[in-house]
Write a protein that binds this ligand. Structure first.
Ligand SMILES: Cc1cc2nc3c(=O)[nH]c(=O)nc-3n(C[C@H](O)[C@H](O)[C@H](O)COP(=O)(O)OP(=O)(O)OC[C@H]3O[C@@H](n4cnc5c(N)ncnc54)[C@H](O)[C@@H]3O)c2cc1C
Length: 579
């Protein structure tokens, strides 16, 4: 196989966002499209998504896009860009019908319409009560989306390069001209020249110890873009989901609470009634996770160590549990030997979703500063991107919606751009950076082990930078990261081979994780307020006067530089967030 490739549009990532983008780009006549993915496409994390995709179809009770937009903005603690949220809430309705027409097997109501259920923070009439907005396929919604989109991409003649690991963006004079990727099977480096490049490489939840995220979610492209001078927007806002299986972090969908499940403390109390009197267990995730930490801290946790809480489904009809929540029921039976039909399930908050990411405008073009300067030829969509519809806290079901709405836009706009543009030259030394990355770890002294450093990273991030943060804990973590980065220079590999060298991949991924952690911790230390998922015990109030703005963090030599970008406020003036 030749190692120099040329496509009009190159998409990095084959999850929901990447596949939606690829399909749309491929539908533009005469535009060639390649998808590069480190995983086989249907192993992407989108396939693990459970509970649903939110759209105001109004199939179960009255609903409107306007209510969805408002919930998204309020859920994001007013850091959400309101123009993006309004466009999203309208477009996602059509995008869900499009998935239906592609053949996605949604669960159905008796009248044949797509079934919908309640989810955290989704309300009727601007907060009056919970509304059924999540369209679902049992608790395998993401699996169905991914399979459907993969089939469609094959039909649309998208070319796939699977188990190719992108290591670098080809940037020339501030313009993106493609990517460099490492082929896992052969150990060879490939150049992919492109008129337009779409980054859809997913999240970075592996910076934490207890996480719902797959092993491969290591924030590679958030690090690669950062190393190439592109800032990361709002990395301090990292979502911790309330219901992970105790100790394992494996997710139990919020759809369980949508079907009526209740959180209880060691006294059997439904404690969310105290924290969110109107929508209780269906409050947004940041509020619920904080409430859980407080219950545990105040001694009302369960078990001998009082360090977990319970999810109670026992009052729900067994056939509803088996029919609408089959996967999580199995997870609980298999991993904890607990049967949710009859017993309380031990749960604890689990790291879940990056609200921040590579900054884009509403047309998914990557921007490089607070003045919205566009990086020509570069687009981003999905969890890796920050548009920002999720603001300081994402509502459940809004990520799958984000993938299909902004994936579609990325595909359309990138293809249009490619149809007008011509191929720019690729520098002769284009492979040098990637080669040096590989050589450095391969020929390192081996005084440090990748697994050990990764474990220290995950444990310390969990302790110092998760649900509650202080200046002290974050400063401690800044120092720890500096030390870990130093020690990372001392790793070496036992496997010196060229074929399927997964040890090499893990070492490179650790380098990316360290950058992601650095972005998060510095931005969190800088932001002296509490908003959404960012909760500073030393600055417990939201401070709109000084902090109603997006963070942009840049790599600057060995350190970081911080800038800002205004929030796009529309018709909803920031108000205190009461549920
Ligand atoms: C357990 C779980 C349940 C969830 N449930 C829901 C839900 O019910 N509703 C909801 O809205 N959201 C849910 N989410 C969130 C949502 O699923 C994710 O945010 C979303 O699927 C991310 O999609 P993506 O397309 O951005 O990336 P992913 O699906 O993660 O795909 C990333 C792609 O990038 C590729 N890639 C990454 N790095 C590289 C590299 N260096 N080189 C080449 N390729 C690379 C990978 O191979 C992969 O194909 C859930 C998340 C989890 C973890």
């Amino acid at each position: 196989m030749s190692r120099a490739h040329r496509y009009d549009v190159v998409v990095v990532g084959a999850g929901g966002a990447g596949l939606m983008a690829a399909r749309y780009a491929a539908q533009q006549p005469g535009v060639s499209v390649a998808v590069i993915s480190k995983l086989y496409p249907t192993r992407s994390h989108t396939g693990a998504a459970q509970g649903g995709v939110g759209a105001a179809l109004g199939n179960v009770s009255e609903d409107h896009a306007e209510w969805h937009a408002f919930d998204t903005i309020k859920g994001g603690d007013y850091l959400t860009d309101q123009d993006a949220a309004e466009m999203f809430a309208h477009d996602v309705i059509d995008a869900v019908y499009e998935l239906e027409h592609m053949g996605l097997p949604f669960s159905r109501l008796p009248n044949g319409k797509i079934a919908q259920r309640k989810f955290g923070g989704h309300t009727r009439d601007f907060g009056k009560s919970a509304v059924e907005r999540a369209c679902y396929a049992a608790d395998r919604t993401g699996h169905m989306i991914l399979q459907t989109l993969y089939q469609q991409s094959i039909k649309d003649n998208v070319t796939f390069f699977n188990e190719f690991h992108v290591l670098d963006l080809v940037m020339v004079g501030g313009e993106c001209r493609g990517v460099v990727a490492y082929e896992l099977a052969t150990g060879e480096l490939h150049t992919f020249q492109a008129k337009a490049t779409i980054i859809a490489a997913g999240g970075n939840g592996r910076i934490f110890k207890v996480t719902s995220n797959a092993h491969t979610l290591t924030g590679d492209l958030m690090s690669i873009a950062y190393r190439r001078g592109i800032p990361i927007e709002d990395p301090e806002f990292y979502q911790i989901h309330p219901t992970g299986l105790y100790k394992l972090g494996v997710l139990l969908t919020e759809g369980a609470r949508g079907e009526g499940a209740i959180l209880r403390n060691a006294d059997g109390e439904r404690f969310m009634e105290r924290y969110a009197p109107t929508i209780k267990d269906l409050a947004p995730r940041d509020l619920v996770s904080r409430a859980m930490y407080l219950e545990i801290r105040e001694g009302r946790g369960c078990g001998p160590n009082k360090d977990y809480l319970h999810l109670d489904l026992t009052h729900i009809d067994a056939h509803i549990i088996e029919e609408r929540l089959p996967d999580i029921t199995e997870f609980s039976r298999i991993y904890l030997a607990v049967d949710p039909v009859k017993e309380l399930v031990p749960i604890q908050p689990t790291a879940h979703y990056a609200m921040g990411g590579i900054p884009t405008n509403i047309d998914t073009e990557v921007i490089s500063d607070g003045a919205n300067t566009v990086v020509p030829g570069l687009y981003a969509a999905g969890e890796v991107a920050c548009v920002s519809i999720h603001g300081a806290n994402r509502l459940g079901t809004n990520s799958l919606g984000d993938l299909i709405v902004f994936g579609r836009r990325a595909g359309m706009f990138a293809a249009r751009y490619a149809a007008e543009a011509s191929f720019g030259n690729v520098p002769r030394d284009v492979l040098d950076y990637s080669r040096s990355l590989i050589d450095k770890v391969k020929s390192g002294p081996g005084r440090e082990k990748v697994a050990k450093l990764r474990q220290e990273l995950q444990e310390t991030m969990q302790d110092n930078a998760s649900v509650f943060r202080t200046e002290e804990s974050l400063s401690r973590q800044v120092a720890i990261l500096k030390e870990l980065k130093g020690r990372y220079g001392q790793v070496g590999l036992e496997d010196q081979g060229e074929r399927f060298n997964t040890e090499l991949i893990e070492a490179l991924e650790l380098g990316f994780l360290l950058d992601n952690a650095e972005q998060l911790v510095h931005a969190a230390l800088n932001r002296q307020e509490s908003r959404g998922a960012h909760s500073r015990e030393d600055f417990p109030e939201r401070d709109d006067q000084n902090w109603l703005k997006h963070t942009l963090i840049y790599q600057d030599g060995d350190g970081v530089r911080i800038g800002y970008k205004p929030v796009n406020i529309g018709k909803y003036e920031p108000k205190p967030r009461v549920y």
